[in-house]
Design a protein around this ligand. Structure first.
Ligand code: BDR
Ligand code: CA
Length: 310
């Protein structure tokens, strides 16, 4: 069976960890590499987390390319807004981006910049490569700007970001990945590339509940580290009763798009003012962004756990 070629653009990140493990484990995915962006923590930390995870999983052959730190919004927001953003980030993902400790990496990132890797892979695999960004869209926007042909070379983009018909999670308007770099997000949404958008509309409620920390029963390295992660998250966040599967849903959308109801929209992003980071969707049958509006939560969770447990 033909595997789907993907690049996972990521900022690990607790739920990124699950998404990366899914992409490593699925025999339907040909993971060409991880490209790293700052977001859930600094670029240095997110890079280190990716390298450590690959080391822990014994998957040192998977190449890692460092990208951009992402705008992280400091220059565009008031000091109060930026503080709120940082405390949200630290609360959810901890100071270093992960609520578990992983071994010191035994591998290093490749020399090439993430943006060049994305362009090269798209050119060498015309019509076959899907980009799967699960962090701020900085690297993807840079690649689109640097290589105008990228749009014709990609098979598509499945991205985690936005809150089209629901409230945001950093502010009432904005979802985290979009809030980090709304200008980049607006450029990607308006690029004309066929996008499947996995926003909070479908990812927030699809979650592991506090009473389900043994959701993955087995004792493989992946299952053990995920159990440990869920234990720590629920211990550190006593008021939180669920762990949303934002990034894993996005990987799942590549494998089983039929679990999600999609509607075609035009999407733009508010880049200034009080609604900063809001994704505005207008239904348009001729649009280019398919927004996930509904998901079979139980089946999605079941499929994710199946993949993580292989
Ligand atoms: C998104 O923001 C990050 O904190 C998560 O990893 C996910 O990609 C959810 O809003
Ligand atoms: Ca993420």
């Amino acid at each position: 069976m033909n595997k789907t070629k993907i690049i996972l653009d990521t900022d690990p990140g607790n739920d990124d960890l699950l998404a990366i493990i899914m992409a490593l484990k699925s025999d339907l995915i040909d993971m060409r590499g991880l490209t790293i962006v700052g977001g859930n923590a600094s670029l240095e930390n997110t890079t280190n987390n990716a390298l450590s995870l690959l080391t822990y999983m014994g998957r040192m052959e998977v190449p890692v390319y460092v990208g951009d730190a992402s705008a992280l919004n400091e220059s565009s927001t008031s000091p109060e807004e930026f503080d709120e953003f940082k405390s949200h980030r630290i609360e959810i993902h901890g100071e270093t981006g992960l609520h578990v400790s992983l071994p010191k990496p035994s591998i290093r990132p490749r020399e090439m910049h993430a943006v060049d890797f994305i362009i090269n892979e798209a050119e060498s695999n015309k019509g076959e490569l899907i980009l799967v960004p699960i962090g701020p869209l900085t690297n993807i926007a840079m690649a689109i700007k640097k290589e105008p042909n990228l749009k014709n070379w990609l098979k598509g983009i499945h991205l985690m970001g936005g809150a089209v018909n629901v409230l945001g999670n950093v502010t009432e308007y904005a979802e985290f990945n979009i809030y980090c770099d709304p200008v980049a997000a607006d450029e990607v949404m308006g690029s004309g590339i066929g996008i499947k958008l996995c926003g909070l509309d479908i990812t927030r409620e699809t979650s592991v509940k506090r009473e389900e920390t043994d959701w993955l029963g087995g004792n493989s390295p992946a299952e053990k580290i995920i159990r440990q992660l869920l234990d720590t998250v629920f211990r550190k966040l006593p008021d939180r009763d669920y762990f949303s599967l934002h990034d894993p849903i996005t990987v799942l959308s590549v494998l089983y798009p039929e679990l999600i109801d999609w509607e075609m929209y035009d999407v733009s992003v508010v880049c200034t003012g009080s609604e900063f980071g809001k994704t505005i969707g207008t239904l348009n049958i001729d649009g280019t962004v398919e927004v996930g509006v509904n998901i079979d939560q139980e089946l999605a969770k079941q499929k994710i756990s199946q993949i993580l447990s292989t």
